[in-house]
Design a protein around this ligand. Structure first.
Ligand SMILES: NC(=O)c1ccc[n+]([C@@H]2O[C@H](COP(=O)([O-])OP(=O)(O)OC[C@H]3O[C@@H](n4cnc5c(N)ncnc54)[C@H](O)[C@@H]3O)[C@@H](O)[C@H]2O)c1
Length: 279
């Protein structure tokens, strides 16, 4: 077996949503360095263009920016049509655009709640479905990868982000559902669940960095976008040929079921909380 070929992205073509900055930009750079053609898709077109130019200048690869709001199926269809006219085919699609709202459940407005679900869950569905339709039409399968989160598995504290957690749990379930439906077309659908990654998304929560670090296992640390490259390369390459419906958790050990079990063992009785029952 040619192991180098197994992990190769040489000649692969695809798009990365939310690619103008943070995790998406880091992945765009990494994929381009590994020889893939990359479309950077973002609602912030100027920033996407700047990122594409910077990456292409460095790697000399094909990197093109597209303005697109993933919450609009029409905008997604338009983006994909432009992408196909520039790239010809779609081998991988990374649905990574996401937002977070910190408003607590008692304060959050329906509009804000809906906007989180709209970008993080509906947006992932719209881009994943558009990618799947293209992959079915061209034949030969493909790899669809979405960015879920640790927040699909834990409830983050002390921030109050129930809407975000719900949207990301939805991404994991959507991934598994699409994987089953699209298997007959040899389209693999997987997701990555990152832990705390130091990007703009968490910049307004700088005061919490120490608290989050305290929740990590001894010897671990908070993450950087670069810590995620391996998971996405694995899922976009033939190395993951038998992986579909998978959720790859990359979080420095934050979500650690063993740690939870240990904590429980330390408690005096099985019940973690005592509720007062009124007579
Ligand atoms: N940073 C973390 O700690 C962390 C942890 C787990 C998961 N994630 C997830 O990783 C993904 C990337 O996050 P990041 O930290 O790089 O955030 P970021 O804020 O740095 O980047 C997000 C990008 O998405 C784009 N975007 C937002 N709404 C969009 C829309 N409607 N259409 C198209 N593009 C849109 C933004 O313009 C931005 O370029 C998100 O899905 C996020 O939820 C982040």
């Amino acid at each position: 077996m040619d192991v180098k070929k197994l992990f190769s992205l040489e000649g692969r073509r695809g798009f990365i949503t939310g690619g103008a900055q943070g995790i998406g930009e880091c992945l765009a750079n990494a994929f381009s360095e590994l020889g893939a053609d990359v479309a950077i898709v973002d609602v912030n077109q100027d920033k996407a263009k700047a990122a594409a130019e910077k990456i292409a200048g460095k790697t000399k690869g094909k990197v093109i920016a597209y303005g697109c709001d993933v919450t609009s199926p029409e905008s997604v269809d338009k983006m994909l049509a432009a992408y196909i006219s520039d790239f010809g085919r779609l081998d991988y699609a990374i649905n990574n655009a996401g937002i977070c709202a910190m408003d607590g459940a008692l304060e959050i407005t329906p509009k804000t709640f809906e906007s989180v679900i709209d970008v993080n869950l509906n947006g992932v569905f719209y881009t994943a479905r558009a990618a799947a339709k293209q992959m079915v039409a061209q034949g030969g399968g493909g790899s669809i990868i979405s960015t879920a989160s640790m927040s699909a598995h834990i409830i983050n504290q002390p921030q109050t982000i129930a809407a975000y957690c719900a949207s990301k749990a939805g991404v994991v379930s959507l991934t598994k559902g699409l994987a089953v439906e699209l298997s007959k077309y040899h389209i693999r659908v997987n997701c990555v669940s990152p832990g705390y990654i130091q990007t703009e998304l968490v910049a307004s929560l700088k005061d919490m960095l120490g608290i989050w670090l305290g929740k990590m296992p001894e010897g671990s640390r908070l993450g950087f976008p670069e810590d995620l490259i391996g998971a996405y390369v694995f899922l976009a390459s033939d190395a993951s040929a038998w992986a579909t419906g998978s959720d790859v958790v990359v979080d420095g050990g934050l979500y650690n079921p063993l740690k939870t079990a240990e904590t429980k063992k330390g408690r005096p009785c099985g019940r973690p909380f005592a509720f007062t029952v009124k007579p």
